[in-house]
Structures are given as structure tokens and as C-alpha cells.
Write a protein that binds this ligand. Structure first.
Ligand code: 5GP
Length: 346
């Protein structure tokens, strides 16, 4: 047994210090980014925020709303759409705004192979497992990279620099970072495993950038300020679940009760998801996700305005003319939890 003594931080443990700035309006801030991916050599241009590949978030309707919004945000589609529906979506909307998600199960890989064989062009792949630390996962990533050298691959999840490096060397363009911070995740409670998300982002970004790779901070953002903190910490992309759930674009039924409207939101390894997609919870694995009800919030366009407006405003507070410079302009100050959870009005 060993104890690591250095303190690791979460979003709630810090605030961003304002700095003298020449920017007079948040309209003058550019929050889009351009990347060339290390392995695929493909390029990305747009606001680097990705809707999580979860039921109620990673939907076709969300992708269409993002296209309409025009800021270049993207959606990691949940992996439960039938092939026929995926073919229709890509034919109609192209591949720019979506990531095609797979897990390590054979059926996912076969569906992807068939999609491509039949002329589908999923340019960006998201290989998603709860625990990105297994040798088997690294082997799987290598296999997909060899099979599809020109696809952009995002894969995870991990939380430490050495594993980020191993995945990038195995062929990953964007490493997904986050174990346990998700709003409907119970991994920390069920297993005791996890890593405070802000420190995970700082350490993993450093490791990835040293090798010419990128990271996507996945999970734990609950307010627009958290998204800004994730970018300030060095994230290249930020993935959002709960913040984008509960909207018209969730493709889910609105529940009416006591004069209020709700939507169900659940983790993708919750018993709700497993019952829906796999016909029950497999005996050997505990459910590591929970099911919650969230108030119905109308169209996602309002939430997007808040998130993007908040991010622009952060950039003006620290003098970053472009999102690319936000991390260089960020000084985090540590605060007591109480200070940061009681948000003032100004
Ligand atoms: P949020 O933005 O809601 O805080 O976090 C979204 C992320 O939570 C997802 O992108 C995914 O990585 C993670 N997640 C989604 N469902 C589950 C689950 O059932 N269990 C765990 N451990 N994590 C989940």
C-alpha cells in the first residue's frame, strides 16, 4: 500500500483569477479551435464541446440542433441506434458533427465494419469503456487503428498521464479523461476508485500534448464555469452529459407529475440502461450508474447560449482573445468548498 500525499483538485476546489485585459466585449472572443489529429491527419474546426454518448444526450436530434446552432459543436452518438438509422442520419447530415461510438463488444465492431463496408463514412470514432486501464483495451484500440488508419479515434476513459501516453502511442488521437466524476456515475461510491477531475485534466493534458495528442475532459461539469475551468486546465475538448440532458433533443418522453414536467436521465451502466439495451444487469457486474429525474428544460439552444456565453465571458475576464489561449491565461486559486458552492448573484 502507498499513499500519494499531493492534493488533487476538483472543479469546486478552484476559481479562475481575473486578469487585466484589453478585451472590451465578449463578442470579440473566438471560442472555436482548429486541430489536426496526430494519427488520422484529419482536421477539426469548431467549438470543441461534445455531447456525451448517452441516452437522452448523444442523439440524432441533438446533432441536428448543433448543426442548426452553427458553432461546430459535436455529438458522440449513443451506440444503440440501429444500423439503418445511422445510415440515414449520415446520408442526410454528413459526418462532421458526430462521433460514432463503440464499446469493446464484438457486436459493436461488427456493426461498424458493416456500416463502413456498405459505404458509411463515420470519420470520427469514439471507443468508450468504463475502465481504460486493461491491456485488452489497448490491444483493441491498436486493432481498430490498424484497420482504420484514416479515422480519427477518441478513446478512454483514463485519468493518469502514463496511460494517456500508452493510448496515444497505441493510435489514439484524443484520449478521454475522467473516472468517476459523471453526474449519474456511482463508480466512486461502488468501487472507491476515481481521481479529482481538474487534476486529472491538468496531468493528462500535459502528458498528451507532449506527444502531439489531445484530451477530452469527460464528466463532472455542472455549470458553465466548470466548462471554462476544464479548458483553463488544458482540455482540448470537453464532453457534457447532464448539462445537455432534459431537453427536447433528448428523444425521450416527458413525464408529467404534480404539475411539473420531468425527463428520466440515467448512466449508461445503470440498471435502467442495462434493462433497456441488454435485457437485464449481468450478474458479475454491479450497476455503476444511477437514474435520476431532471426538470424538462425545453430546447437545448438556451443551454448552449449559457454555456458558450459563459465561456466567452471567462476569456474576457482573463484576457484570452481565443479559446486556444485560455489555458495560458488561467491562474487557478484554491478556495474552500463553502466559498465555491454558494454561488453569489454577481
Ligand atoms: P456528466 O457530464 O453527466 O457529469 O458526465 C458524463 C459522463 O459520465 C459520460 O460521458 C460518461 O463518461 C460518464 N457516464 C455515463 N454513464 C455512466 C455510468 O453509468 N457509469 C459511470 N461510471 N459513468 C458514466
Amino acid at each position: 500500500m502507498r499513499i500519494e500525499e499531493s492534493v488533487k483538485l476538483d472543479f469546486k476546489d478552484v476559481l479562475i483569477r481575473p486578469k487585466r485585459s484589453t478585451l472590451d466585449s465578449r463578442k470579440n472572443v473566438d471560442i472555436s479551435r482548429e486541430f489536426t489529429f496526430k494519427w488520422s491527419k484529419k482536421t477539426f474546426a469548431g467549438v470543441p464541446i461534445i455531447a456525451a454518448n448517452m441516452d437522452g444526450v448523444g442523439t440524432f436530434a441533438m446533432a441536428k440542433a448543433f448543426i442548426e446552432d452553427g458553432n461546430g459543436l459535436s455529438v458522440a452518438l449513443h451506440k444503440h441506434y440501429p444500423l439503418k438509422d445511422l445510415q440515414g442520419f449520415y446520408k442526410e447530415n454528413g459526418h462532421e458533427s458526430v462521433w460514432y461510438s463503440i464499446g469493446m463488444v464484438k457486436a459493436d465492431e461488427e456493426k461498424l465494419d458493416e456500416f463502413i463496408k456498405k459505404g458509411g463514412k463515420p470519420d470520427k470514432l469514439c471507443i468508450d469503456v468504463a475502465n481504460g486501464y486493461s491491456e485488452h483495451f489497448v490491444g483493441f484500440v491498436k486493432k481498430i487503428r490498424e484497420k482504420y488508419p484514416q479515422k480519427t479515434i477518441m478513446a478512454g476513459n483514463v485519468v493518469t498521464g502514463e496511460m494517456v501516453e500508452e493510448l496515444i502511442l497505441a493510435g489514439v488521437d484524443v484520449v478521454k479523461v475522467g473516472i468517476g466524476p459523471g453526474s449519474v456515475c456511482t463508480t466512486r461510491r461502488m468501487t472507491g476508485v476515481g481521481y479529482p477531475q481538474l487534476s486529472a485534466i491538468i496531468e493528462c493534458a500535459d502528458a498528451a500534448h507532449g506527444l502531439g495528442g489531445l484530451i477530452c475532459a469527460d464528466g463532472g461539469c455542472t455549470v458553465p464555469g466548470d466548462v471554462a475551468k476544464a479548458f483553463g486546465a488544458g482540455a482540448d475538448f470537453v464532453m457534457l452529459g447532464g448539462m445537455l440532458a432534459g431537453h427536447d433533443q433528448s428523444e425521450q418522453e416527458v413525464i408529467e407529475e404534480g404539475g411539473k414536467q420531468y425527463l428520466q436521465f440515467y448512466g449508461m451502466s445503470s440498471s435502467t440502461a442495462m434493462n433497456k439495451h441488454k435485457g437485464g444487469v449481468a450478474e458479475y457486474r454491479a450497476s455503476e450508474g444511477k437514474t435520476v429525474r431532471i426538470p424538462y428544460r425545453g430546447s437545448v439552444h438556451g443551454a448552449l447560449q449559457d454555456i458558450l456565453g459563459g465561456l466567452r465571458s471567462t476569456c474576457t475576464y482573463v484576457g484570452a482573445r481565443r479559446l486556444k489561449n485560455l489555458s495560458k491565461c488561467t491562474t487557478f486559486i484554491r478556495v474552500s468548498q463553502q466559498l465555491n458552492t454558494v454561488f453569489g448573484d454577481n
